[in-house]
Design a protein around this ligand. Structure first.
Ligand code: ADP
Length: 948
């Protein structure tokens, strides 16, 4: 019995092993397609083998709080575990789930064994009619992925260990298969995704295993050659393509392999239509662990169209640039062409003005000159505007004195304002830095435009130019400018458009005042280029205020105040002027440096102020007196003050808008110590006070002096000038102009003549036209510089009508020293001559006198030649001192001294029969007596010329 029992046991065990083996073998390489069918079959086999009623498998979903039946087998006549296989909540049976999670199996032999807490499980057992159940967790890599349930509904089963172990082993086959198939599916999914990307990419992608062989390619690459992926993959290029394409491709591949790094390269290659296409290929080597290239992965974009568009764009840009250059060149040429005749008009009008003319003729010339000035202004505006449009306008970055630039701009328009009876003031706040870095000429241009507009559009009242320091930001000063007038104002309708080009107020304004409507547009751009903004506030009929800010770099020491005269402290100053603003400005400049200032609105109140303060600590030390006041003139006030005992020691300074030469003497005669022109410049005011107080030495500059005199004294020297100019009209103008100043020049009509002239003679100044036939000014200058070497340096000044950007640089590059533009501003030209005329002319050769006069002296006196020579030698010994004293007396307009000296020269030269000097000395003496300083300068210059 026992052996029969043993046999049965062994047979059962063998059957069991067979079942396990079969299940494992089947599920080891089961694919996903047959998985479900085979799974059901296996469950059935197991169920029948163990005489069970039902087997089911649950797997957890992605969200592990849900699960779903994967497969179920139910014995015939047994209703399915779940009629609908859908997701269920995991924790519907919490006790059971906990048991599954924490044990290798859950064996329930009968419902009675279930503990009280398995409340829901008991319910489910009862509902489903389950008698016994064995539940085995399904795991993958130790992670619970689901469970398998074996159930009996017809009878109770006592689950023995052997049975449990067998079923656990079989269950492993299911969990292994499940996790393998899940992984495979995932992998397939990934591969699918990648192939979707690869094959739908617009970019071509391929991998090469060597220079001539593909590994894999995407659809786009195959399509480019009109082929299928499989035609290319793992094929040799020479088997796929024609020889030309294969050669080209492999050559390219060779380069990419050789680079052995991320590379970009363009390749032109034929597509399946035989069209040449440009591919931009990016390649990256994919290396094995040993560092050898396994594949070269390439991606490519077809950039044929892009390149075509780029080429067209480049062509268009080139065309635009050429057009722009042509436009600029045209402008430069036009400007040159227009400036040359204007130069003629200006020059000849100026010359004509110095001839004898009737009053009517003089008026015509004045009108003609005004018209040409307007014309020149318009041309300059248009040129500037074109430069801005062509973005050719460059800002300079040079150090300059801000105060001077502002005051110069105001001074320039002061005469025009005065002509119209308009007061013009400048008020520069003390905090405004002195030295800054920027473009001074462009800043002047803006100021000039705003102030000249203010003068133009104002009939009565005043114009105030105020400059303020707003803030400093990293060494950059923000400066605010305001130009306020009491003119016609601007209508609201026009206020927003006046900064646009060619835009003016209403038509009647345009007709009445003229103009181009470009000035403000240019100013607006210039202000923007200086980092600021310009705007206007205006009330029609009352006036306008233009305001703008600019950002200027503060130069080293730019914030320091130049004036620090300690002795100013304690001084009391009176300013007598009927104009409140003028008084305010002068007061503020003086108060800034710590002076006590009293104001008087007319002559009478000036006298009262002086008298009431006479014996107090406020005793007036200096009085600044306006030339014109409502009750008396400045001269009358000065005369009165000189008669008052405790007022006659007050130092007087005359304030006047008319800076004429004659006033100097007159002012002195009335007892003024110094003289100041309006609009008042702060530095001049302070310097003037310093001089009056003796804080500045007298010999540094004469007490009452105008620039005019300084210039004329220098003009006594005879400059050596070479004019290089091919245009006859231009030559005529310059020669005639020089003649009006008693100067002459040598002429060269082109560069080669100039070169010859320089070989023979040194010049103080060479005025050089730039465009000339035979040899132009640039070449000529370079050659002159070569000729001079390091020993000499003739001053060469370009005289040209070219004023476009780069012209100045071109001149300097050629070796020129400076630049004067046509139409020539003759004041600038004479300044240049004056600045460059060397002192060597003044080195007079007194021996000339002996040589040229000894014979006549011997003849007329009967003296022996040796004796005559001795006398003449004595004479010339004393001449240098005499000449120096005459120079000084002319410089100081000291006619008393000059009279004596001229008389002395006349006497000595007459005694020695030196007629050439004697005759000129007579004329000099006459001029002294007539107090004609110009004439004195002229005759004394001629005397000196005799000795040169
Ligand atoms: P232009 O003065 O050459 O016509 P602008 O650009 O300088 O050109 O000025 C444009 C217009 O703005 C002027 O025509 C004038 O109508 C108006 N305008 C400018 N400045 C003033 C001012 N200070 N007062 C009144 N109107 C002004």
């Amino acid at each position: 019995m026992s052996s029969e029992g043993d046999y049965i046991n062994i047979k059962y065990s063998n059957e069991c092993f067979k079942l396990i083996n079969e299940t494992f073998c089947k599920f080891l390489d089961l694919d996903s397609i047959n998985y479900q069918v085979e799974l059901k079959r296996s469950l059935e086999k197991i169920g029948l083998f163990f005489n069970l009623d039902r087997i089911y498998i649950y797997y957890f979903s992605k969200d592990p709080t849900f699960m779903k039946i994967e497969c179920q087998w139910n014995k015939e006549g047994i209703s399915p575990k779940r009629k609908i296989e859908e997701e269920e909540v995991v924790y519907a049976l919490p006790w059971l789930m906990r048991e599954i999670k924490n044990n290798d199996f859950v064996a329930i032999n009968s419902i009675e064994e279930l503990p009280d807490e398995a409340l829901f499980s008991i319910d489910a057992f009862l509902k489903e009619g389950i008698k016994s159940s064995l539940i085995i967790p399904l795991k993958s890599q130790n992670k619970l992925i689901g469970f398998i349930g074996y159930e009996s509904l017809s009878k109770s089963i006592i689950w023995d260990e052997k049975q449990i172990n067998i079923l656990r082993d079989i269950s492993k086959a299911f969990s292994c298969a499940k996790s393998r198939i899940t992984k495979e599916k995932l992998y397939e999914l990934i591969l699918d995704g990648q192939s979707i990307l690869l094959n739908n990419s617009e970019s071509q992608i391929w991998a090469l295993s060597n220079v001539t062989s593909y590994a894999t390619v995407n659809e786009a690459h195959a399509k480019f050659f009109g082929k299928k992926k499989s035609d290319l993959e793992y094929q040799d290029l020479y088997d796929i393509f024609d020889i030309e394409t294969a050669n080209k491709f492999s050559e390219n591949n060779w380069d990419l392999f050789e680079k052995n790094e991320l590379t970009e390269k363009d390749l032109e290659i034929k597509n399946y239509k035989g069209e040449n296409r440009l591919l931009r290929i990016k390649s990256k080597p994919y290396k094995d662990e040993a560092g050898n290239i396994k594949y070269l992965v390439c991606t490519a974009e077809d950039i044929t169209e892009q390149r075509k568009a780029e080429k067209e764009l480049y062509k268009a840009k080139e065309q635009a640039e050429t057009a722009n250059i042509a436009k600029s060149q045209f402008l430069a040429n036009m400007s040159h062409e227009i400036r040359t005749p204007i130069n003629g008009i200006f020059g000849f009008l100026k010359l004509l003005q110095s001839t004898n003319l009737s009053l009517e003729q003089k008026e015509f010339i004045r009108e003609a000159k005004a018209a040409s000035e307007v014309l020149l202004h318009i041309i300059n505006d248009i040129l500037d505007f074109s430069k801005i449009e062509a973005r050719k306008l460059k800002m300079e970055k040079i150090e300059f004195n801000l105060r001077n630039i502002i005051e110069d701009a105001v001074s320039l328009l002061a005469p025009k304002a005065e002509e119209k009876g308009i007061e013009l003031y400048t008020m520069i706040k003390a905090e405004v830095p002195e030295k800054v870095i920027g473009d001074p000429s462009r800043l002047s241009q803006i100021l000039n435009n705003l102030i000249s507009n203010a003068v133009k559009f104002t009939q009565k009242g005043e114009i105030a130019v105020t400059v303020d320091f707003l803030e400093e930001d990293n060494g950059i000063a923000v400066i605010n400018f305001q130009v306020k007038d009491t003119g016609i104002g601007i209508h609201d309708d026009h206020i927003n458009t006046i900064f646009q080009s060619f835009s003016q107020g209403d038509a009647s304004t345009t007709r009445k005042y003229g103009g181009t409507g470009l000035g403000l547009a240019i100013s607006n751009e210039l202000v923007k280029m200086m980092g600021g903004e310009i705007y206007v506030e205006s009330i029609l009929g009352e006036g306008s205020t233009f305001k703008f800010n600019v950002r200027l770099k503060i130069a080293n020491g730019g914030l320091k105040q130049k004036f620090a005269f300690e002795k100013f402290a304690g001084m009391n100053i009176l300013i007598a002027d009927d104009n409140t603003n003028n008084r305010k400005i002068v007061s503020s400049y003086l108060q800034d440096i710590g002076l006590k200032v009293f104001e008087a609105k007319d002559g009478t109140s000036a006298i009262t102020t002086i008298l009431t303060n006479a014996n107090t600590e406020n005793k007036i030390n200096i009085a600044i007196i306006n030339y014109k006041m409502s009750d008396m003139t400045g001269y009358q006030l000065a005369t009165t003050l000189k008669t008052i005992p405790f007022a006659n020691d007050i130092k007087l300074i005359l304030l006047t808008s008319v800076t004429q030469k004659g006033d100097t003497k007159l002012a002195k005669e009335y007892g003024f110590s110094s003289y100041l022109g309006k609009p008042v410049r702060r530095d001049e005011l302070l310097e003037c006070i310093a001089r009056v107080l003796g804080l500045k030495k007298e010999n540094e500059e004469p007490q009452v002096v105008t620039k005019h005199i300084v210039k004329e004294v220098k003009n006594v020297l005879k400059p050596r000038i070479l004019l290089v100019e091919d245009n006859e009209m231009n030559r005529k103008i310059v020669i005639s102009m020089l003649k009006t100043h008693n100067m002459t020049c040598d002429i060269a009509v082109d560069g080669s003549e100039a070169l010859k002239a320089v070989e023979k003679k040194d010049y103080d100044v060479i005025f050089m036209d730039c465009q000339m036939p035979v040899m132009d000014g640039y070449e000529c200058t370079s050659k002159i510089r070569l000729l001079e070497g390091t020993k000499k340096h003739n001053k060469i000044i370009a005289m040209t009508a070219n004023v476009m950007e780069g012209d100045y640089e071109k001149c300097i590059k050629a070796g020129m020293d400076a630049y004067i533009s046509k139409p020539i501003n003759f004041d600038i030209m004479f300044n240049m001559i004056e600045d460059n005329t060397k002192e060597n002319c003044k080195v007079l050769d007194y021996n000339n006198i002996i040589e040229s006069n000894i014979n006549y002296f011997v003849q007329s006196t009967g003296l022996k030649k040796e004796d005559a020579k001795e006398i003449l030698e004595e004479y010339i010994k004393y001449l240098p001192d005499l000449f120096e004293n005459i120079d000084k007396a002319i410089y100081n307009s000291d006619f008393n001294k000059l009279a004596g000296l001229a008389h002395e020269l006349k006497g000595s030269s007459g005694n020695l029969r030196i007629n050439s000097i004697y005759e000129l000395a007579i004329k000099l003496e006459e001029a002294v007596l007539k107090r004609e300083i110009d004439e004195c300068i002229r005759f004394f210059g001629e005397i000196k010329d005799l000795l040169c």
